[in-house]
Design a protein around this ligand. Structure first.
Ligand SMILES: [Mg+2]
Length: 506
């Protein structure tokens, strides 16, 4: 797994100097309003903007040690590299290498830093940048172009590696939107970027923003902008230009929260509010712009049907327990026009009792879903549910399929066919599952629906939404919404409404 935790090495502080992502979101909203039907393009530089080049520098220096059986760079970490990739000589001097060795290492480095092997090693994205790119790629009529000073000869390698990294965020880069330097011998990457931008413009694209880590490049691109449309953003990583750009908005962190806060999440996403177990939670759910709620059902020790997630070994029964009544829950949801996902904690009698309740509830089948695991229900239990409510969604947790789906997909597909024959129509995956994007891709390629759950905080919630599952299950008690000024439930709901207005109809 690649280190995606890489942060800007140039400053101890991780706070953005200005909220550049918010500025980008505002500018995007404004331009979209002015040109509702036009294609908008966001242009990213690659090296030092998307990719953290310190990894490439370290890789080539360690390769020097390996090839020469030296230990000049033993223990060198990425954080030790605090110079731009074009100024490695300064680093070598500071590391105290003898003059002759410095020259030898520098020659080796300059010869190899653009080798395909080094390019592969250099591909480590800054944290969050691929989520930001994915967010733009999901906006209607919006595309992301890459404008780089890399030579044209690295086109294939660049695309291959960026797309390998992008797969983790479901990002895809296209060759037609990759601008490279066709005349690298003139050694003027700034000129190449100017031409890249002109080429994009000449195709009729409206460029919304340009993001680059070189202030001088941004200045020259700005001078050439005769549209006034473009926002110039300086990725304040390691840069070579002497001056920082006074006329660009500068920032250090690709913060999806700042970006998405200003605009709702794109796409159609069905949200499920889980943990309907108490009156308070039910009340909050009834007021929330979320249509689906999930409630766990089980039988208490006296055989009564109750709403309760914990079993009686985990949390002992007490005489003071006042569980939410299933009948009351169902009636309230039916009245409010909400939908219910019943989480069955066991099979057998519980299923019969739950079906009996639901058949008399007035909730139509399309507003009902069921969730249960194989070991709880078995094939017969799932078939029974499907027979009783043919129109409802029938879901099972499917993380156990991950190793099979990613190594022997045809066998995993056989199992999915079997589950489908029982009536299962959606598969729940946990946010913590390894290789989740690839797994979602597998289910999607097999046209199976996916529900995601287990997101720990608001940022993960947004990132999960960018993976485009069919539904996203959460308790909406994100730390950011449960502290300080956002403690109040009504404010939390307001935030939720702003974030995902689409969910009201989903
Ligand atoms: Mg750059």
């Amino acid at each position: 797994m690649l280190d995606k935790e890489g942060v800007n090495p140039s400053d101890e502080s991780l706070e953005p100097m200005t909220d550049w992502m918010a500025a980008l979101a505002d500018h995007n909203a404004r331009l979209r309003q002015q040109h509702p039907n036009e294609e908008l393009i966001v242009v990213f530089d690659i090296d030092g903007t998307i990719l953290d080049m310190r990894h490439m520098v370290r890789h080539v220096l360690l390769a020097y040690d390996r090839a020469h059986r030296t230990r000049a760079f033993a223990g060198l970490s990425v954080d030790d590299i605090d110079v731009h990739e074009n100024r490695v000589g300064e680093l070598l001097a500071r590391l105290g290498l003898p003059e002759v060795a410095q020259q030898h290492v520098l020659g080796w480095y300059l010869d190899r830093r653009w080798s395909p092997e080094a390019v592969r090693a250099a591909h480590r994205p800054f944290r969050g940048v691929l989520d930001v790119i994915r967010w733009f790629q999901m906006q209607p009529n919006t595309r992301v172009a890459l404008n780089s000073g890399r030579p044209e000869s690295l086109r294939e390698e660049t695309l291959r590696c960026l797309n390998e990294l992008g797969a983790d965020s479901r990002v895809r880069f296209e060759s037609e939107l990759l601008m490279l330097d066709a005349q690298p011998l003139r050694k003027d990457p700034g000129r190449a970027k100017l031409e890249g931008l002109r080429t994009l413009r000449a195709r009729g694209a409206r460029v919304l923003a340009v993001i680059d880590n070189e202030p001088e490049v941004l200045e020259s691109l700005r001078d050439a902008d005769d549209t006034g449309d473009m926002l110039f953003l300086h990725a304040h990583t390691l840069f070579e230009s002497r001056h920082s750009s006074a006329s660009s908005v500068s920032g250090e962190r690709y913060d999806l929260l700042s970006l998405a806060d200003r605009r709702p999440l794109p796409g159609h996403l069905s949200l499920v509010w889980e943990g309907l177990e108490s009156r308070d939670t039910l009340q909050a759910f009834l007021e929330a712009p979320v249509r689906w709620g999930a409630a766990p059902l089980r039988l208490d020790p006296s055989g009564r049907l109750v709403v309760r997630a914990d079993d009686y070994d985990t949390r002992a029964w007490s005489r003071s327990e006042r569980a939410l009544e299933p009948r009351e829950l169902v009636a309230e949801l039916a009245d409010a026009g909400k939908c219910l996902r019943v989480e069955l904690t066991e099979g057998g009698e519980l299923v019969d009792r739950a079906l009996d309740l639901l058949e008399r509830s007035g909730l139509p089948a399309e507003r009902l879903a069921f969730h249960a695991s194989i070991e709880q229900l078995g094939p017969a239990g799932f078939r029974h549910l499907r027979w009783a409510f043919p129109e409802s969604t029938l879901q099972m947790p499917a993380d156990f399929l991950a190793p099979l789906a990613l190594s022997v997909p045809e066998r995993a597909r056989d199992l999915l066919d079997m589950f489908a024959s029982w009536g299962v129509s959606r598969y729940q995956l946990d946010w913590a599952t390894a290789q989740l994007p690839a797994l979602i891709g597998f289910f999607e390629a097999d046209t199976r629906e996916v529900d995601l759950r287990g997101v720990p905080d608001l940022e993960s919630f947004l990132r999960a939404a960018l993976l485009q599952p069919h539904s996203l299950t959460a308790d909406f008690r994100f730390p950011q919404w449960c502290e300080g000024e956002l403690l109040r439930a009504d404010e939390r709901l307001l935030q939720l409404r702003e974030l995902v207005p689409a969910c009201a109809s989903a």
